[in-house]
Design a binder for this molecule. Sequence first.
Ligand code: FES
Ligand SMILES: [Fe+2]
Length: 369
Amino acid sequence: MYINFWYPVGKSEEVKDDQPLRVQILGLKFVAFRDTEGVARVLSDTCIHRGGALGKGWVRDGCVICPYHGWEYQGDGKCRRIPTFGEDTALPARAKIDSYPTQEKYGIVFAFLGDLPEDERPTLFDIPEYDVDGWRVNDTVVFEVGAYYERSVENGLDAAHNEFVHPMQGAPTINETLRRHPIEIDEFPPWGSGFLVAFGKSMSEDTKVLGASEGTTRAGSAHHGPNTLITRIIFSDTRAFAQYFFEAPIDENRTRIFFVNIRSFMMEEEMDQKLIDMNMKIAGEDIAIIEALDPIRTPHCTTQEFLTPADRPIVRYREFLKDWEARGWRIDQKAFRAQRGDVALTIPSPDRRVHKNWVLDTIPLMAGD
Ligand code: FES
Ligand SMILES: [Fe+2]
């Protein structure tokens, strides 16, 4: 798991101005709420007084209030009121918690969980079809899987599993293509890579129903950062599915996935639920596989598994992970596990690069290059 990327925190309607939303991402708790301008704010959940869970408190006048002794925190993380201090007592500069940059897009509140200054931050993936004429967007679907998020992203970058995991999706033809042509990697610098392969000849009946014609259908996927997966199935010039999975690792074993599904055909409203049902059925087939993988977490090397040319997109993804580790962004899980329960930890926020004097320690990171 890595700091310094954008993570989905909640659907827009879950982030409110009168009650906090408490979520776990990267193994730590966060609280989300709206300030008096309606802007979504995301803070570290731990009250620095004596460890109260801010997400179990309440929101008033744009501040989140600790349920234990009523300390009030603004959206920028600064403490505005300590009830045991007199009204005329100045609050110490150290009375602050980490506040993270947010963006609200696709009906989702995202937080940048890291300390990079704005001009160095990886981007939140920009969906090209969103709010574009000729494309219909399904309501975002949120679901949890009992698997590590990298295993989930790698599953999405894997063209060779379709024949076995999704036999009803017309996939055997992809496999034929895979045997004859090595997968070419498309680079999307600086944060991603992927591939697009052509279907071969025989389409399954299911795929024909979706409007695919022989020889024209292409499918592929890509990653953006460690935790955004993009899948495209292009049946013809006018018929395509574009699917976006924004993944939030809850911890090392569980992932919350925000699924945005867009299409350029079957535009009727009543198709929305049918397509969600179809996609969740397919997702269920993937989930059954990835929840049983051994090891649970992705090996970050190419020798502890027997990788083949068809696994190239996965190998490329792991190279990106290595690069982000070299930058010092990878969480040191062993050290984190050893401290958990004894020390309250937080993800460093951008303000830590500017101001010193913080109460909580930051999560341990692997040494970069
Ligand atoms: S623990 Fe939060 S106010 Fe005391
Ligand atoms: Fe799959």
